[in-house]
Design a protein around this ligand. Structure first.
Ligand SMILES: *Cc1c(COP(=O)(O)O)cnc(C)c1O
Length: 397
């Protein structure tokens, strides 16, 4: 009863852009969430791959509380200590050269697009450049990010979008090569496609894109917003391929719950792209969010979170493969690390997701038929076992 009333209140005031699940979440602890009725949920969604450390992780909130008492915001007109520290840590983890902090993933994509366009403007002495993006990609909802998102349903109502974008087929190098012209300034792709249905890049594809970019002086942009920050067993998924982007975008788990993103570039692009006056943000990378980013990196190091992901991944994959063998309605498993998808056939994936919720398990979908598992990175084998039990209950007729 309480839940129904609260939902009605919410719908009265909040613009209806989401068909939300019918629960009102109130608190979290470890890898569990609790709704206002006190029901417990094992969380394999992590706020869409954001809460890498789960909830109430020791040492995380302290850093935020201390920073709230000291200084929340100063704008980007002045230097501040948390941004320096967070910047140093992003650069150390990525091995890249310069970072710009944003408020979201979408804004990181906007910045990456602008940097690539400016780079080509410097290169050619004129504007009017093209970008190659991928079908079934997802890069965000603003007009620029939507323009490189390969999903007609998201795009159509808002056309005309930013021009000069062509779409290639993910993991098909020829389809990329065919689209290159002397106007191409960037190739943008997710290292592991998330929203589109959990498709990891083939190593040869990623290497091939790198080579094309080198040959034509094109900026390679890897979107690590969902697959980065330890999720695949590396800080950034491209590190597992040994293929370096020129620009990388991050967000989601970067701050483990505070709104922060980043675009990160190598020296070559930094030298020849955005200069004072070219780009800005009032909030981006303010002391509060950067204190969170710094603490996230510290906790990842101190508690060997990435090593833990590497250790638990084979167990999760084995259990999911067993499940797939056991249930006809699971056609395949795809993924990397703690970013896994089960292809559901013969019934709507939404039905499985809803039943899982009833059974106290939060999972989400991706693409049209994929059940997506992006749990906090701190899950244990016991949590995997519990997830499998709850999923079995949700899959049986
Ligand atoms: C979520 C996501 C975005 C958009 O990030 P927001 O913070 O929602 O703006 C962009 N790219 C990828 C790969 C994502 O998963």
């Amino acid at each position: 009863m309480k839940t129904t009333e609260l939902m009605e209140t919410s719908e009265e005031y909040i613009l209806h852009t989401y068909n939300r699940f019918p629960i009102v979440l109130e608190k979290g602890d470890g890898v569990y969430l609790y709704d206002v009725e006190g029901k417990q949920y094992l969380d394999f969604a992590a706020g869409i791959a954001v809460c890498a450390l789960g909830y109430n992780y020791p040492g995380y909130a302290d850093a935020l509380k201390e920073q709230i008492d000291r200084l929340m915001h100063v704008s980007n007109l002045y230097y501040n200590l948390p941004m320096m520290e967070a910047g140093k840590k992003v650069i150390a983890a990525s091995g890249m050269d310069k970072v710009f902090f944003t408020n979201s993933g979408t804004e990181a994509i906007e910045g990456a697009i602008k940097a690539a366009r400016k780079y080509a403007f410097q290169r050619d002495g004129h504007a009017g450049h093209e970008i190659i993006a991928m079908e079934h990609s997802f890069h965000g909802r603003s007009i620029g990010a939507l323009s490189v998102t390969g999903n007609a349903h998201y795009r159509e109502p808002f056309e005309p979008l930013m021009g000069g974008v062509k779409f290639a087929v993910y993991n098909n190098l020829d389809s990329v090569r065919k689209l290159i012209t002397d106007k191409t300034c960037a190739i943008i792709l997710e290292t592991v496609q998330g929203e589109g249905g959990i498709y990891p890049a083939d190593p040869e594809f990623l290497e091939g894109v790198r080579e094309l970019c080198d040959d034509h002086d094109i900026v390679m942009i890897l979107d690590e917003i969902q697959c980065g920050m330890g999720r695949t067993g590396h800080y950034f998924a491209w590190q597992g391929y040994g293929v370096r982007p020129d620009i990388m975008t991050s967000a989601k788990a970067l701050g483990c719950g505070v709104p922060v993103g980043a675009f990160v570039m190598n020296e070559k692009v930094a030298e020849a792209s955005l200069k004072p006056g070219d780009h800005g943000t009032t909030y981006g990378g303010n002391p509060f969010v950067c204190a969170a980013v710094s603490r996230v990196f510290e906790l990842f190091e101190e508690h060997e979170i990435i090593e833990h992901v590497r250790e638990i991944t084979p167990y999760l994959e084995e259990k999911l493969d067993q499940l797939a063998a056991e249930y006809d309605c699971i056609a395949a498993r795809r993924g990397k690390g703690l970013m896994q998808g089960l292809v559901i056939s013969g019934r709507p994936v939404g039905e499985v997701v809803n039943r899982a919720l009833e059974n106290g398990l939060l999972v989400i979908s991706a693409g049209s038929d994929v059940l997506r598992l992006v749990p906090p990175l701190v899950i244990t084998r016991e949590h995997v076992d519990e997830m499998i039990e709850k999923l079995k209950k949700s899959l049986s007729a």
